[in-house]
Design a protein around this ligand. Structure first.
Ligand code: IPE
Ligand code: IPE
Ligand code: MG
Length: 246
């Protein structure tokens, strides 16, 4: 069983399936993205209600830049609309927003919107919403290495804990539960480092249809998992066992 009374501290979600959701309704793909924002707001509050401390969502990947220009432009504009429409509501409900990803790739307006979302909610403590935007797990590892080198970290002193501090959400615990909607069974360059020991839950539910029941189903699956982190359950520590074997 999961060791934390069944509620993960940190949930990460690959919010996939917006385009297919729209297609099934004979609508352009972008309608799915718009519906997906509403689902995200509901999901953040549902996670907060369940005592989840961190929610990380994959909103736009390093590879999504290769999509048609009109879709990319729509998604950039949607961020501005979403900040305008929902930031006040999230801020009032105790949500702290942090944006992780390559901001150098964003327009000045978008960078300002990200800064505004972060500064307006910086004091909140109920839940942290990490929005992975223009984010890729490989980008994250490379930017962390660069930052460590800029800081003059000695290669011999660079260990996992040191590098982790330079990763996009250095201060947050690794995700306990990683959910992917939309039916694909892959990570798509999401949290490559941080998901090392996340419990994975895949659902065919398309992101705009994700609701409380889907969230509770994923949490129930998580709660039933046996998290071992490479250990043998109830065994004596390795050194003691090795000594006894001698
Ligand atoms: C996820 O939905 C949102 C983004 C990647 C921006 P998709 O747009 O990938 O939707 P599908 O997978 O094509 O249905
Ligand atoms: C992953 O979905 C990225 C986001 C949800 C933002 P994609 O739709 O881009 O992933 P692939 O292309 O199916 O792997
Ligand atoms: Mg997709």
């Amino acid at each position: 069983m999961a060791s934390d009374a069944g509620i993960p501290r940190h949930v990460a979600i690959v919010m996939d399936g917006n385009g297919r959701w729209a297609k099934r309704r004979f609508l352009p793909r972008v309608f799915g993205h718009k519906a997906g924002v509403d689902t995200l707001v509901k999901t953040v509050l549902a996670c907060a209600d369940r005592g989840i401390e961190h929610l990380t969502v994959f909103a736009f990947s390093s590879e999504n830049w290769k999509r048609p220009t009109e879709e990319v432009s729509f998604l950039m504009g949607l961020v501005l609309v979403a900040v305008e429409k929902y930031l006040g509501r999230l801020a009032a409900r105790g949500v702290r927003v942090r944006v992780i990803g390559d901001r150098d790739q964003l327009s000045e307006r978008l960078r300002q919107a990200c800064d505004q979302a972060e500064s307006n909610t910086a004091h909140n403590t109920r839940i942290t919403l990490w929005v992975a935007f223009a984010y890729g797990g490989r980008w994250d590892i490379v930017q962390a290495c660069r930052a460590a080198m800029r800081d003059g970290v000695d290669p011999q002193a660079l260990d996992e804990a040191t590098l982790a501090r330079y990763l996009a959400f250095g201060e947050a615990p690794d995700p306990d539960l990683l959910i992917r909607t939309g039916g694909e069974l892959r990570i798509s360059n999401f949290l490559l480092w941080q998901a090392a020991y996340s419990e994975l839950v895949f659902t065919d539910c398309l992101w705009p249809d994700f609701d409380d029941a889907e969230l509770d189903k994923a949490i129930a699956a998580y709660a039933a998992r046996d998290r071992r982190f490479g250990l043998v359950k109830n065994a004596a520590p390795a050194q003691a066992a090795a000594n006894r074997a001698c």
